[in-house]
Design a protein around this ligand. Structure first.
Ligand code: DP6
Length: 364
């Protein structure tokens, strides 16, 4: 893959002080990314719904360093999260900046002040790295656009933003555009790539437009095992090869399903993906369990409800105990009632977040 295209060669230092703000979404994978090689290359292709209400808003103030100021090889930034200085988030961002400096040489010519906030409550167990990294990537691309002496197309800006975001967190590559994004080279998906996400390139059936996702907050605590550690445990995992093949097969299948509107097959595939992801955790060495008793209560209640009513509601999981309840827009009223009556009692403080599929990053 040609990553040279992301090294800018026509930058002018014309901006001394500027600022950009972007709102970027979280996403929920339908076919999961679990297992990678350096540098953030996925072992299989994945696809996600881009979300709408669960997002990060990030502003970066850029000020060019004057000659007497700090070392011009250093990347200098301050980080504020929800108005407060956040030293403990800095190492992850610093590592991200180091990884992308080759592609963003302007990182060393400015000092940066980053202000970030999430729409979802802190430590809700919702992964904030996807929306967090994609928001930073979009701010950097706005700067790059303002510095570039050649016109950058929107297509290039989104592609490079996804490329950069991936180097911060793999799933962040899927948090730039919407409503469905594929990341990872796959023969069934035209234009797909291991180094950036692309919008699902085929016409999506009506039933999968405006899909809803209610995120049931079963456990708001810090995860015992981070995604990074989980990905690493796919090395020497006894079922790794089968899992990567399964995911790639599922991606080919879901591509057909999304086009032909076969919702029963969608349910089957999406739930199987969620449980396969957690099966990898159960069979890692060391093994671990991220689901909680209430995760299983919710799954069983969804299965009962579907059997009893013929509803098309289904679930998926990310690397945690929370349950994403997915349903078509026309079931919005009945499923919300079902959640209020039968599922919210399994959530911490009865708390869940209603979300819908969204279109991606927005400049504010
Ligand atoms: C289970 O993107 O958080 O949510 O690349 O190490 O930052 P890093 O991992 P991350 O992994 C996400 C894993 C997942 C599945 C998915 O989103 O595809």
């Amino acid at each position: 893959m040609d990553t040279q295209q992301f090294i800018p060669n026509s930058l002018q230092n014309k901006t001394t002080k500027t600022s950009f703000t972007w709102k970027t979404p979280s996403n929920i994978a339908l076919v999961k990314y679990w297992g990678k090689t350096d540098p953030q290359i996925p072992k299989n292709a994945s696809i996600s719904f881009t979300l709408s209400n669960s997002h990060t808003i990030t502003t970066i103030d850029f000020k060019s360093k004057n000659n007497s100021e700090a070392n011009h090889n250093e990347i200098n930034f301050e980080l504020f999260f929800e108005g407060k200085k956040k030293e403990d988030f800095k190492p992850k961002i610093a590592k991200f900046f180091e990884r992308i400096r080759e592609y963003c040489p302007y990182l060393t010519t400015y000092t940066m002040v980053i202000h970030s906030e999430n729409s979802f409550p802190h430590s809700s167990g919702i992964a904030s790295s996807a929306s967090g990294m994609s928001a930073i990537a979009m701010c950097l691309m706005s700067l790059e656009k303002s510095l570039s002496s050649v016109e950058l197309t929107d297509e290039f800006i989104y592609k490079k933003a996804s490329f950069l975001a991936r180097l911060g967190s793999g799933s962040a590559s899927r948090s730039i555009e919407g409503p469905l994004v594929v990341w990872g080279n796959h023969p069934a998906i035209k234009g797909s790539s291991d180094v950036f996400g692309i919008p699902f390139p085929y016409e999506v059936h009506e039933v999968f437009k405006n899909y809803h996702d209610a995120i049931l907050l079963v456990d708001k605590g810090e995860k015992q095992v981070s995604s990074t550690v989980g990905h690493d445990l796919m090395y020497n995992h006894p079922f790794a090869t089968q899992r990567f093949n399964q995911a790639n097969e599922n991606l080919a299948t879901i591509s057909e399903i999304l086009q032909n509107g076969d919702i029963n097959s969608f349910i089957n595939l999406v739930e199987s993906e969620a449980l396969s992801l957690h099966a990898m955790m159960l069979t890692s060495n060391p093994y671990f369990i991220l689901m909680k008793p209430n995760t299983l209560e919710i799954i069983n209640a969804i299965w009962r409800f579907r059997n009893n009513t013929g509803s098309k509601v289904c679930f998926t999981l990310d690397a945690g105990a929370n349950v994403h309840v997915l349903y078509p827009a026309n079931e919005s009223e009945t499923v919300t009632q079902f959640i209020d009556n039968e599922l919210s009692k399994f959530c911490q403080k009865n708390h869940y977040i209603c979300d819908t599929v969204g279109l991606g990053a927005i400049k504010l």
